[in-house]
Design a protein around this ligand. Sequence first.
Ligand code: MTE
Length: 301
Amino acid sequence: MAHRYTSDLTRDDVTPKSLFLNRRQIMAGAGGVLGAGLIGWAARAQDALEPNTLEEITTYNNYYEFGTGKSDPARNAHMLTTSPWSIEIDGMVDNPGTWSFEQVVEGMTMEERIYRFRCVEAWSMVIPWNGFELADLLARVGVQEGARYVAFETALRPEEMPGVRVPVLDWPYREGLRLDEAMHPLTLLATGLYGEDLPNQNGAPIRLVVPWKYGFKSIKSIVRITLTDEEPPTSWNMSQPREYGFYSNVNPEVSHPRWSQASERVIGGGLFASRQPTLMFNGYEDEVASLYEGMDLAEFF
Ligand code: MTE
């Protein structure tokens, strides 16, 4: 598989699941519970870019359609039927229409991308995604001149999604990107992680991954992609416009109105959950800063 834009992370950084487990068990055996926590913290600090375990990635989730608790998606998302699956691609494209999941992925260059993932709630993980560049799909559908944004929608199925019976958000979940953000080679449509099909709780069968933005931009279980010339409405921005902007680039210098974004809690960081400094654009500054030249990053949050 080709590897691009994984920054300082490579396939070699993915500790095989069994090895990683062994190491934790050894740590626990060596120092008892307290020792394991301390050693775990030290190991994390030194080797902070190690991917999280499959267990961590699939049991600590945000997917409000299945409940607002972190363990609700793992418990409830099995109810989602992910096959057959189709995606409507419409708006300012040359080839609008309804595409099956199989048609969408056909011919796409599948890659593994090991990305940092930073939630706006100030926790983070490192996730080995499998997927393809959104730009490749957009090239295939033919973006028309004048299109400036891409809008995305998640499935809305009250009979399969217990969380949407509660009006936490104005369903369906909606997100959007500026066209140049969508075309950026870091922007991925993920269909798997750790080499397996995407688990339902992580947004099966296909979800967006935009690693330099807060996690809520990375919309799950996509059923619609629309090219448009206007900034599309997005769920968290509609719900709380003063707290969640359209851009939502990771920025340690711009606080959320209710908490600082300067540091993050590393999921799986041991008994004393370790914190690490949050990086500008989540560590992808070299790749993406030029997209925002001339913009006031505090204003366009
Ligand atoms: N997409 C949908 N449809 N519904 C959601 O509730 N939560 C977002 C994002 N995409 C969410 C969503 C948030 S807040 C985060 S942090 C990430 O998904 C979490 O992705 P993960 O559970 O795979 O780590």
